[in-house]
Design a protein around this ligand. Structure first.
Ligand code: NAD
Length: 255
């Protein structure tokens, strides 16, 4: 299926590895032009040369703003912004989590989306097919014990998304949130290991528990997240805005 994304100007935060990398590669395969940033210089160096890439910590608002400006200048505008950057944040009981860890999680997960979107909006307004995809999480729908900074930030992403969809709809900019479930990759392994440790149970037990309340009992491939975002960015997604779309195999509870 031709998604009509040939030549689309796409900015993805944290696109050097993980889900962001899958998003970058999926857009490239459709003939889109990509700018991305990441904190990991080594991973950035492994991106195809066609990708405009910059080393940025998205929690640094000035650096992120500079990246959006540079990306827009390089691409000649922005049609699609994917606010993908996120960190797991600390695992522990609320009384054990220090303020700096809480703040860092909110800065990377939520404030970066506020900063990047605000800066990209003038470019998106000038696009004939403008969209924003914000990465939330099923933790932003279900809540997540022992991961309060992450869950709170991801619920914040939902509020940001819905409000922006209403605010920017008259400018023909659609805004949606994607809620990945348990995605295959290193990050999820680390998250489950930390959770098993915090709960004093084995990895096998936490893994079994994680899938107990999920209808499709398998890790979601990052490509499944990417293909959802491509659809939303394509002209076919023109009337999908303000939505929170779970790509999770129907997870109903988080362990
Ligand atoms: P990841 O941990 O694999 O990291 C992806 C990339 O983010 C890496 O290249 C890393 O270097 C970069 N990064 C980390 N901190 C950064 C920062 N401060 N500034 C710039 N780049 C930074 O993450 P992922 O699993 O690919 O997750 C991507 C998004 O999807 C995040 O928003 C995450 O919260 C969300 N998500 C992931 C899962 C999952 O199971 N992996 C589930 C739900 C939601």
């Amino acid at each position: 299926m031709d998604l009509g994304l040939e030549g689309a100007r796409v900015v993805v935060t944290a696109g050097a590895a993980g889900i962001g990398r899958a998003i970058v590669e999926a857009f490239l395969a459709e003939g889109a032009r990509i700018a991305t940033c990441d904190i990991d210089a080594e991973a950035l160096a492994s991106l195809p040369p066609a990708v405009f890439a910059a080393r940025v910590d998205v929690a640094d608002a000035a650096a992120l703003t500079g990246f959006i400006d540079a990306a827009a200048a390089h691409l000649g505008g922005i049609d699609c912004l994917v606010n993908n950057a996120g960190i797991a944040g600390p695992t522990g009981r609320i009384e054990e989590i220090d303020l700096a860890a809480w703040q860092r999680t909110l800065d990377v997960v939520l404030t970066s989306q506020f900063v990047a979107t605000g800066r990209a909006v003038p470019h998106l307004r000038a696009s004939a097919n403008a969209s924003v995809a914000n990465l939330s999480s099923i933790a932003g729908r279900l809540g997540f014990a022992l991961r309060t900074p992450y869950a709170a930030a991801k619920w914040g992403v939902i509020g940001l998304t819905k409000s922006l969809a209403i605010e920017l709809g008259p400018d023909n900019i659609r805004v949606n949130a994607i809620l990945p479930g348990i995605v295959a990759g290193d990050r999820q392994r680390r998250v489950l290991e930390a959770k098993a440790q915090a709960r004093g149970i084995s990895f096998a037990e936490i893994e079994a528990e994680a899938f107990r309340a999920t209808s499709i009992k398998d890790y979601v491939p990052p490509e499944a997240i990417a293909s959802q975002i491509l659809y939303l960015a394509s002209p076919a997604g023109r009337f999908v805005s303000g939505q929170s779309l779970s790509v999770c195999g129907d997870t109903r509870m988080l362990a």
